[in-house]
Design a protein around this ligand. Structure first.
Ligand SMILES: Nc1nc2c(ncn2[C@@H]2O[C@H](COP(=O)(O)OP(=O)(O)OP(=O)(O)O)[C@@H](O)[C@H]2O)c(=O)[nH]1
Ligand SMILES: [Mg+2]
Length: 290
């Protein structure tokens, strides 16, 4: 039996929106008038669902760049489709692996290109162009702090593979830019288009509050439908149904309890971790249907 923590996939029951996020949004709103430029970091595996409508609203009247992080974990064919969409919609974007130290140059070039009018305005007034003030925003765990460190070329911001790692706003100065790191923020209603589930599967929501038994079923069915060869080559178990799969998985991995019964909770967490850390295959989950 899969133990269900009785949260099911009834998304309204899950508290996606902990108190510290409301506080973070307040702080971001307070500081937004001080910045010229918003970089929204989204996850390339969910390029639409990982974009926060609150940020879209706040970015109006600011220079804006969308960075799709974790390109190394995403489906290359899907990336091409979404790049076309962003291009058609005239949304400035970059697809990047933020852990690659060479990713800094395209970002710096793009910020300079987009914020050129600001520099020209200063020069016209006979002033020395001031630092471009950039606020880095996005949902939790997408790589905002990683991006700051990449641009600053030092560990200025704390990075961790746990959503909600950054707790408060932090200013980092680096050549020509003032960068403001912010805590990851979600929005209160994630129920539409399975957004909450997608964000949970890519690691933007704390595992502890999730209905993991339901999520693993959704993850395996999604993989079996969209990336069946990857799923099979990763674990070499044929997918028929969730109960059988988890049972075989636990036995194969030696996930056993003291009484030799299978430890399904351990198997569930292993699969969900492999999924979110890109260890099963490069994938894009925007078209998730449940
Ligand atoms: N594979 C891969 N991992 C990345 C990339 N960018 C960030 N990460 C990893 O994602 C995890 C989260 O990175 P952070 O920079 O702490 O994310 P954040 O957006 O600041 O997260 P919060 O502060 O919780 O909102 C870390 O383990 C990073 O190494 C990327 O482009 N590719
Ligand atoms: Mg952070």
């Amino acid at each position: 039996m899969i133990e269900n923590n009785d949260k099911g996939v009834n998304k309204s029951v899950i508290n996606w929106f902990p108190g510290h996020m409301a506080k973070a949004i307040r702080e971001i709103k307070e500081k937004i008038n001080l910045v010229d430029f918003i970089i929204e970091v989204c996850d390339a595996r969910a390029p639409i669902s990982s974009s926060n409508p609150i940020i879209q609203e706040l970015s109006k009247n600011k220079f804006y760049l969308k960075i799709l992080s974790k390109v190394d974990l995403s489906d290359e064919m899907a990336n091409i489709q979404y790049q076309k969409k962003f291009k058609d919609e005239k949304i400035p974007y970059l697809y990047l692996d933020l852990n690659n130290k060479n990713s800094d140059k395209p970002i710096i070039d793009k910020i300079k290109e987009i914020s050129k009018p600001l520099k020209e305005k200063d020069l016209k007034k006979g002033l020395k162009p001031r630092n471009v003030r950039v606020m880095i925003v996005g949902i939790p765990n997408v790589g905002k702090s990683t991006l700051i460190n990449l641009l600053a070329k030092r560990k200025s911001a704390a990075v961790g593979n746990i959503p909600g790692f950054t707790k408060s706003l932090k200013l980092v100065r680096c050549n020509g830019f003032d960068l403001l790191d912010t805590p990851g923020i979600l929005w209160p209603d994630l129920s539409q288009n399975n957004i909450g589930l997608k964000l949970a599967l890519i690691g933007a929501i704390k595992t502890e509050i999730l209905p993991n038994a339901e999520l693993v079923k959704i993850a395996l069915e999604f993989l079996n439908k969209n990336y069946p060869n990857c799923l099979y080559s990763k674990y070499q178990i044929k997918y028929n149904n969730i109960e059988e799969y988890l049972e075989s998985f636990a036995k194969k991995m030696g996930h056993l309890l003291k009484n030799n019964e299978v430890d399904l909770q351990r198997s569930i967490l292993t699969i969900l971790n492999d999924f979110k850390n890109g260890r099963i295959c490069q994938l894009t989950i925007e078209n998730l249907e449940v």
